[in-house]
Design a protein around this ligand. Structure first.
Ligand code: MGP
Ligand code: SAH
Length: 215
């Protein structure tokens, strides 16, 4: 994707201006689409997620254009990247090749919820659609009504059967009480650590790390 900020629609231009924060190798031919632009995890935050997920198998359930999967591939032995959108998972594979890590990743074009029962890993990473950039218009983001395509509690329930560690990347205005409720909903309760992710001094998002400490 080449050009000048004026070549992009206003809703994408804001993200194009931040392109090197999203992908430091952007100019090597990174491919994006509109949802990719507003959803991709900035590279330094994705690198941090990867450092926290360890070197075992990581399942990236909503891979998008690959921002997180690429960084997981640098740190872990095996990454499973899933996306329901066939063009976006193709872009993820293309982008991973630019970073030289596509051989570490299995790319699956599927509805995560249809295949979740077949998947196991050491960590499960969830960065689902938040309902678009309008997520920031409400004071408190409600995971039970605003996350797509399913509620936060449904997501956690499915993911917690796949691995002893579940990591959720969520809006900066998410209701923290709801995160505590998720951790307490497991039997026995899982531990929860909530992290605020800043980029150049600006709060971008929140990451919740849930762990089954009984295992
Ligand atoms: P943002 O709030 O749209 O951007 O998203 P920014 O630059 O903080 O906007 P500002 O106008 O408040 O300054 C911040 C970050 O959240 C993005 O870079 C993405 O990493 C992430 N993000 C945003 N959305 C809408 C989604 C989403 O729907 N899903 C996921 N997984 N991540 C998102
Ligand atoms: N972390 C990613 C961005 C994820 S955006 C990155 O850094 O690039 C959320 C993604 O979830 C979108 O690409 C969307 O196509 C995908 N998605 C939505 N519903 C899905 C489902 N049921 N199964 C798998 N992927 C889904």
């Amino acid at each position: 994707m080449e050009g000048d900020v004026g070549d992009f629609p206003a809703n994408v231009a804001k993200y194009w201006c931040q392109r090197y924060l999203l992908f430091s190798q952007f100019d090597d031919g990174i491919k994006m689409d509109e949802e990719g632009w507003f959803s991709v995890t900035p590279e330094s935050i994705a690198r941090h997620h990867a450092s926290r997920c360890g070197n075992g198998t990581v399942v990236d359930c909503f891979a998008g254009v690959g921002g997180n999967s690429i960084q997981f591939a640098f740190k872990s032995n095996h990454v499973i990247a899933i996306d329901i959108d066939s063009q976006r998972i193709d872009y993820a594979q293309h982008n991973a090749a630019i970073y030289g890590v596509s051989d570490k990743i299995d790319f699956i074009n599927a509805d995560f919820f249809q295949i979740a029962h077949c998947l196991k890993g050491d960590s499960v990473f969830l960065s689902p659609p938040w309902g678009g950039p309008d997520y920031a218009k409400v004071q408190k983001y409600d995971m039970e009504t605003m996350l797509k395509p399913h509620t936060g509690s449904f997501l956690f329930k499915i993911a917690s059967k796949m691995a002893p560690k579940v990591v959720m990347f969520l809006p900066r205005n998410v209701d923290l009480n709801q995160l505590a409720e998720l951790a307490l909903s497991a039997t026995p309760p899982w531990s929860l650590e909530v992290e605020r992710n800043f980029l150049n001094g600006k709060l971008k998002a929140i990451t919740a790390y849930f762990e089954n400490t009984a295992k």
